[in-house]
Design a protein around this ligand. Structure first.
Ligand code: NAD
Length: 496
């Protein structure tokens, strides 16, 4: 039978499900952007707490503001807002649990007033977001708020009938202020460093533009800056898009008919800044870390996890691999990645309270080696000009300044330069995906004659091309990549 409150009892014992009484839950959170990640992460933590008998006043009302969210409405409303979270273990085992903390789902275009009513409800104390990086409307060049989006424009003209996520947040806050109710806390769970700060700055800038359009009204932006909390968080759990095979496997192996289950890796991490003046669920009781300062954890993720992705993707691709798990099951690459993390990435980090960095880097390799996740090297190689400068260049600079090691990092930069030539070691074309593709490929095309050409662009590399320790290592690796190829270069480096 289709998943639902009435059929929960009929599920086989192999499927975990809520033992708490969902009919007694009351809403405490409105979540904008109910996709795969929210359902595998925040909702999972809440469901754990509820299963433990706590926080039954923190149930979630989900909201979708995008036209495509009509699919989520139909899936969830057809099954009492229940869905199955399926953990994919590396040995192929599936571990399903029905999650019960979502009590309603509102598709905003159907009824914007219903969404506002939910957000103005004084029982709601947190509005959380997974609206993707694009949902924050940060101009990539200036770093400032970009109001060009059509839904934002509509919300500048008529703030009382919002269409965008930001429009709902500002209008709901305006109505709460008018009603004398406390504001809610805005909790971003998107993958952006300083996600709370970004949310505060961008929503603040949007509110200021709305204020400008209605000069008679009581301005919201200054009030928002003073009264609304935007805690930062670091989130981590690989959650791929649900496939038809996932839906079929759940039905065939477990007898669960779920229109839209969500699948994810076993690992999960959530480090959350403790800044909730209007209260919060006891997330720390469900495995999250609630801390004073998220910055060290973000640096850990950027310089170990994200930089390792770059360390493996170009060399892996040039060595003939196409999937992350293939690379991370190869002992040569494992040695290289563990070495980068131990000797170059980790020494640049401040103290990361409560984390065993040695265990963290080994766990990263296990996660990357999970064949069930099927992450592609092509995905990791894309948009390198955003990634290398943010994730790896700061590691190199730190180590140059402090006399630390830079060899593995120099090899990674050289491997990007080699990859950007757009031809692999068999002479086949590589499809370089990068918004600065033209600049990057033109520089790589010159480097056989002019070996430092790739490092010329200061917006990516600063003045690295003038540091002799770096360029000596870099040029040696680039020459070896050209003469011997990626695998032999890596062997020399790891074993040399
Ligand atoms: P998804 O495609 O399943 O869901 C995306 C959701 O965002 C949808 O509900 C969509 O309507 C909404 N959305 C997109 N653009 C929006 C906009 N402009 N305004 C309002 N809502 C908008 O994707 P997902 O896997 O749930 O990932 C969402 C975000 O979660 C990511 O962008 C990332 O920031 C974060 N995250 C994802 C993962 C992962 O592995 N999937 C891991 C860590 C963090």
């Amino acid at each position: 039978p289709r998943l639902g409150d009435e059929t929960l009892d009929q599920l086989p014992d192999t499927v975990a499900r809520p033992s708490y009484d969902r009919s007694t839950l009351t809403p405490g959170i409105v979540h904008l952007g109910v996709g795969g990640f929210h359902r595998a992460h925040e909702a999972m933590y809440l469901d754990r707490l509820m299963e433990d008998g706590r926080d039954h006043d923190w149930a979630v009302v989900g909201v979708g503001t995008m036209p495509g969210d009509v699919r989520m409405r139909d899936a969830l409303k057809g099954q009492d807002c229940l869905y199955t979270l399926v953990i994919k273990h590396p040995d192929g085992t599936l571990e399903p649990r029905v999650i019960g903390c979502l009590v309603d789902y509102l598709f905003a275009p159907d009824d914007p007033e219903a969404v506002l009513a939910a957000m103005v409800d004084p029982r709601v104390r947190v509005v959380s977001l997974t609206i993707t990086e694009g949902g924050y409307h940060v101009n990539q060049v200036t770093g400032r708020f970009d109001p060009g989006d059509t839904a934002l424009q509509a919300d500048l003209d008529s703030p009382g009938t919002p269409r965008s996520a930001f429009g709902f947040v500002t209008e709901a806050l305006r109505r709460r202020r008018a009603a004398g109710a406390e504001p809610f806390t805005v909790m971003s769970c998107d993958n952006l460093p300083g996600n709370g700060d970004v949310a505060r700055d961008m929503i603040g800038a949007f509110a200021a533009l709305q204020d400008d359009r209605s000069p008679g009204g009581e301005p919201l932006a200054p009030w928002l800056a003073e009264h609304v909390a935007f805690p930062n968080s670091m989130v981590d759990r690989i959650t791929p898009v649900t496939s038809q095979e996932d839906i079929t496997a759940l039905a065939e192996q477990f007898g669960v008919e779920d229109a839209w289950p969500v699948v994810c890796e076993p690992f999960t991490q959530w480090v959350l800044e403790d800044h909730f003046p209007t209260g919060r669920p006891a997330f720390e009781e469900a495995g999250a870390q609630v801390v004073e300062d998220v910055v060290p954890y973000e640096l850990m993720k950027l310089r170990l996890l994200n930089a390792s992705h770059q360390a493996l993707c170009y060399l892996g691709y040039l060595s003939g691999y196409r999937y992350v798990h293939e690379v991370c099951q190869d002992p040569l690459f494992v040695d290289f990645l563990l070495g980068y993390m131990e000797h170059e990435g980790a020494p640049t980090l401040p103290e990361v309270p409560g984390v065993d960095l040695d265990a963290y880097r080994r766990e990263l390799i296990d996660r990357f080696a999970n064949p069930e996740v099927r992450d592609t090297l092509a995905r990791l190689c894309a948009e390198s000009s955003d990634r290398i400068p943010k994730w790896l260049v700061p590691v190199i600079r730190h180590n140059l300044e402090h006399g630390g090691r830079i060899d593995s990092s120099a090899l990674v930069v050289a491997s990007w330069a080699r990859y950007a030539e757009g031809v692999d070691e068999q002479g086949q074309p590589i499809e370089v995906v990068d918004r600065f593709k033209d600049t990057v490929m033109a520089a790589a095309a010159r480097q056989r004659e002019e070996p430092l050409a790739f490092l010329q662009d200061e917006s990516f590399f600063g003045d690295l091309r003038h540091d002799e320790r770096f360029t000596t290592a870099y040029l040696g690796f680039l020459r070896s990549l050209h003469d011997k190829g990626a695998r032999a270069t890596l062997e020399d480096h790891v074993n040399g």
